[in-house]
Design a protein around this ligand. Structure first.
Ligand code: 5AD
Ligand code: SF4
Length: 444
């Protein structure tokens, strides 16, 4: 039975994208039609992010815009901001009538029903319940070629700056047998690439061995990688990894299976031992460098990317320079640099010695310039090489180019048309820009 139209706007990380796909699956099954236009929708849902202050503010701006539209939809907030802020959202944005926490996605149809039946305020910030599945219908996937597959949710690490353990709760790993079955289904549907996603994928620790039997490795994550590789899907990527749990058996598994892609995202956050301790990351610079060495000593060349937070409370100029030195040493293929953002409720929010905005901006520019130089060298070394590119769509910059990405997760643009979308093509790299490569089709 048709119940109405729903628009979902997604902010933040890949886990939110996956949750939106999961929400859409349940809502369509319950009789709703998903729409791409907020203006036509009976229900408007914002799937929110709270990792940094700016992401959080954005959603309130959007709520205001939707509220001023011609139609008055039922407005709901789901995801991390809903989980953390709870009822205060009702006070801050009175047009919101529905709050759905990070583990209540599967209950959305019932909650919407309650709100539409007249309940003035509906709120569910509860835990997942037995029997609720991670299943996503292929029809709701954002792409027909690349699929996100959650393998673990939540976080037990409690880094002092981070809101995630509060917004997403404790780590819960999905049984391997389910993950493998989903990837086999995706392969049959013609998907070329899967991303195993989670806040810390390599902390993967399922309650059951089911699906891991016969796959070797010291850690469950290495065994899972082997089990997933055995499905034969052409490309497998995973993100994000936690340095302390990044054991060498992961690199061994990757070396053994070509379809485990040559890209590792390993956020370091800082190059100062004192700052890392204050962040409660659980490793030292030397531990991180040992991981990098193991990666560099592998059979293949792995592209290595990372995250850095600059201006963590108390970070001195000298400590920032230590981060610069680490970045120089590691030679990352790309780097996400974040200015520290104070998150209420985290231990770091109580720390003194706030780094001034000016100093923060100066450090950002300095680190960005260093990374730009390093990246230019790494990218230009690709010129003349042939890379395999999964074509994702038309290039936004040019009308004659298509865009795709390599196994090492670099963006490649090249002349071609839409008939190539979804195909994996060998591309000879002819030029390098700051954040992408340019090339031409070739036969190999
Ligand atoms: N301030 C700035 N950056 C943050 N990150 C997480 N929390 C914060 C914060 N409070 C960054 C980390 C993480 C990435 C996803 O976001 O670098 O790896
Ligand atoms: Fe946040 Fe640290 Fe968990 Fe990553 S590992 S989600 S930074 S608490």
């Amino acid at each position: 039975m048709y119940k109405g139209s729903i628009y979902i706007e997604t902010f933040g990380c890949q886990m939110n994208t996956a949750d939106t796909e999961r929400a859409a699956t349940g809502l369509r099954a319950a009789g709703y039609q998903l729409t791409q236009q907020a203006e036509d929708a009976d229900v408007v849902l914002f799937n929110t992010c709270s990792v940094r202050a700016r992401a959080e503010q954005k959603v309130f701006t959007r709520i205001g815009e939707v509220r001023r539209g011609a139609k008055e939809p039922l407005i709901g907030v789901m995801g991390c901001v809903a989980q953390l802020e709870g009822e205060t959202i009702f006070a801050q944005a009175p047009s919101v009538r529905l709050l759905v926490g990070t583990r209540a996605t599967d209950r959305l149809p019932t909650l919407i029903e309650q709100a539409r039946a007249g309940a003035r305020r509906v709120i569910d910030l509860g835990e997942r319940q037995a029997g609720e599945e991670w299943a996503v219908s292929p029809a709701e996937r954002r792409s027909k070629h690349v699929a996100f597959v959650p393998i673990i949710e939540g976080c037990n690490k409690f880094c002092t700056y981070c809101i995630v353990p509060y917004s997403r709760g404790r780590e819960r790993s999905r049984p391997a047998v389910e993950i493998v079955a989903e990837i086999e289904r995706l392969r049959e549907l013609g998907y070329s690439e899967v991303h195993l996603i989670g806040q810390n994928v390599n902390s993967y620790r399922p309650k059951t061995e089911s699906g891991l039997e016969g796959h070797t490795g010291a850690t469950p994550f290495a065994r899972l990688l082997r089990a997933v590789a055995a499905t034969g899907i052409p490309r497998i990527k995973y993100t994000t990894s936690f340095p302390r749990d990044f054991h060498t058996d992961i690199v061994q598994a990757m070396d053994e299976h070509e379809n485990l892609c040559n890209w590792i995202h390993l956020p370091v956050q800082s190059g100062s031992d004192r700052v890392l301790r204050s962040m409660r990351r659980g490793y030292k610079v030397s531990d991180y460098l040992a991981r990098v060495e193991a990666i560099r000593g592998a059979k293949r060349r792995y592209a290595l990317t990372s995250d850095i937070i600059i201006g963590f409370p108390g970070e001195t100029r000298k400590e920032f320079k230590d981060t610069m030195r680490l970045v120089e040493q590691c030679q990352f293929d790309s780097l996400y640099i974040f200015k520290y953002s104070k998150r209420r409720g985290t231990p770091a929010a109580k720390l003194a010695d706030i780094v001034s905005d000016n100093e923060m901006a100066a450090r950002f520019v300095e680190l960005e310039a260093l990374q730009k130089e390093i990246q230019a060298q790494i990218f230009s070394a690709y010129v003349g090489q042939t890379v395999s590119v999964l074509v994702a769509g038309e290039s936004t910059r040019s009308t004659v180019d298509v865009t795709g990405h390599t196994t090492c997760n670099k963006v490649v643009n090249f002349p071609g048309d839409v008939s190539l979308i979804g195909r994996i093509a060998p591309i000879r790299v002819t030029g390098a820009k700051a954040h992408s490569l340019y090339g031409e089709r070739c036969e190999i």
